[in-house]
Design a protein. Structure first.
Ligand code: UD1
Ligand code: CA
Length: 452
């Protein structure tokens, strides 16, 4: 989709002081990624390339995270109209629609934005088109939102800010989300007429509705849903946004054929990709960059990030799969196993209590309980290579860099520091001695000493 005749101004100058955080509000994550990225993605999908982010407080933080956006600076927060006006220089000669968005209202849907523009444009020749279309919604709790005052013919007459509202106004259920689309050839002219003669002594963006009408233009409303215009002002709001996000991801997974045993206990990231016929048991967390292929089974209390789980593999319960891991087809990772930068071959088994990092494990290899790849010497990370069909006995330390050949067997309790050839046996533990009857003699002697 290409929408060169649509631009966007994204307000993100506010401090977000109610978050009580050193991290800029719009960078707090939802589903594991900074919230403002959702907005940028939406604009990407719509082909809206002209986008100006209005920054102020802690602007460096925001600028660093959005390398491809244009920025306008609002030094002092004098109100939403003033903030939008700060972007004026970026739109000289632009006569398309300008959509006004908020960095802390990140989940607005693509279709909603397109409709918002469409309803403004649809009504006949340009001179008769409404100059402004406002995204309205009917929240459960109308709270402190601005109210949309509608005329008899369905046109928007004015937006009344909460602080300036009368009791009659407050009874209106249709509220202002803040998001609007405005004729770009008129927007900055309207903004020049906004003053700050109101209770908050701020330049209200909402005043442009009145100004447009006084100028012979009209304004209309398009209604969206409450969940997509949810603003995030506090940690509580953030947690709520996360919950909504998780709810949607779970439905998405299930509707594509993933079985979630208890959906509310499974947590996804924005980019989790799970194929159908994957089963996910209770209490599983998918961090960023996880791909799970058909038929895999993720058992309870497992934590996965940055990994690919191939077809039919089994993970957990209680497994920790860290970045750079690929678990091959049909492989089995059991309880209390941690992997990192590890490629586990098809059908291999690491069933219990192991750490496998910076490792290549061959197909059908069997890694016994308590095996540790000693990959770090305090300075650098080293590779462990285990050949196809090798058998590593329980409680083995593999001191990397080291190679175990295909089909080799390592005896339990070994510390392996040198390469082992294919099909060889390597054992490093001391050989076992037994003295027959020694234990009973020992006990007898001691009992005699103590007179028992
Ligand atoms: C605004 C609307 C209100 C609407 C509500 C929806 C106005 C005057 N009112 O009120 O009708 O119901 O949003 O949430 O627009 N910002 C700046 N610079 C400023 C002021 C604000 O960048 O000088 C940014 C803030 O960071 C914030 C957003 O604009 O992300 C909204 O500002 P805020 O002051 O919270 O507006 P509300 O009073 O909530
Ligand atoms: Ca607000």
């Amino acid at each position: 989709m290409s929408n060169e005749d649509i631009g966007a101004i994204i307000l993100a100058a506010g401090m977000g002081s109610r978050m009580h955080s050193g991290v800029h509000k719009v960078l707090h994550p939802i589903g594991g990624r900074p919230m403002i990225h959702y907005l940028m993605d939406t604009l990407d999908h719509l082909g809206i390339v002209k986008r100006v982010v209005v920054v102020g407080a802690d602007r460096e933080q925001v600028e660093e995270h959005l390398p491809f956006a244009e920025f306008a600076v609002q030094k002092d927060q004098m109100g939403t109209a003033h903030a939008v006006y700060c972007a004026k220089a970026h739109f000289s000669g632009f006569s398309g629609d300008i959509i006004i968005l908020y960095g802390d209202v990140p989940m607005v849907r693509e279709e909603t934005l397109m409709e918002l523009v469409r309803v403004r444009r649809k009504t006949g020749p340009r001179a008769q088109q409404p100059a402004v279309s406002v995204l309205g919604f009917r929240p459960e709790d109308t709270g402190h939102y601005g109210r949309l005052l509608m005329g008899e013919r369905g046109e928007l007459e004015a937006i009344i800010e909460f602080k300036d509202a009368t009791v009659e106004h407050l009874a209106i259920r249709l509220c202002n989300s803040g998001i609007m689309a405005v004729d770009g050839s008129l927007l900055f002219r309207f903004l020049e007429e906004v003053d700050n003669k109101n209770r908050k002594e701020e330049y209200y963006l909402t005043d442009i509705v009145r100004i447009a009408r006084n100028d012979g233009h009209s304004a209309i409303v398009y209604e969206g849903t409450e969940d997509e215009v949810l603003g995030i002002n506090s940690q509580e709001d953030l947690a709520y946004a996360e919950a909504l996000f998780q709810y949607k991801k779970r439905l998405e997974a299930m509707s594509s054929g993933v079985t979630l045993m208890d959906p509310e206990t499974v947590y996804f990231s924005y980019d989790t990709a799970i194929e159908n016929d994957v089963r996910v048991d209770v209490n599983v967390v998918f961090g960023p960059e996880v791909v799970v292929k058909k038929g895999a089974h993720i058992k309870s209390f497992s934590h996965l990030e940055g990994c690919v789980i191939e077809k039919g593999a089994t993970i957990g319960p209680f497994a920790r799969i860290r970045p750079g891991t690929r678990i091959g087809e049909g492989a089995k990772i059991g309880n209390f196993v941690e992997t990192k930068e590890a490629d586990i071959g098809a059908g291999a088994k690491i069933s219990h209590l192991s750490y496998v990092g910076d490792a290549l494990v061959g197909a059908q290899a069997n890694i016994g309980a308590g095996t540790i790849t000693c990959n770090y010497d305090g300075f650098s990370k080293n590779l462990t290579e285990i050949g196809d069909g090798a058998f590593i006995g329980s409680n083995t330390s593999l001191v990397a860099p080291v190679k175990i050949g295909r089909g080799a067997i390592v005896g339990a309790g070994s510390t392996i520091t040198k390469n082992v050839n294919a099909n060889a046996l390597a054992v490093t533990r001391a050989s076992q001695k037994a003295k027959e009857g020694w234990a009973s003699d020992f006990r007898k002697k001691n009992r005699q000493k103590r007179g028992k």
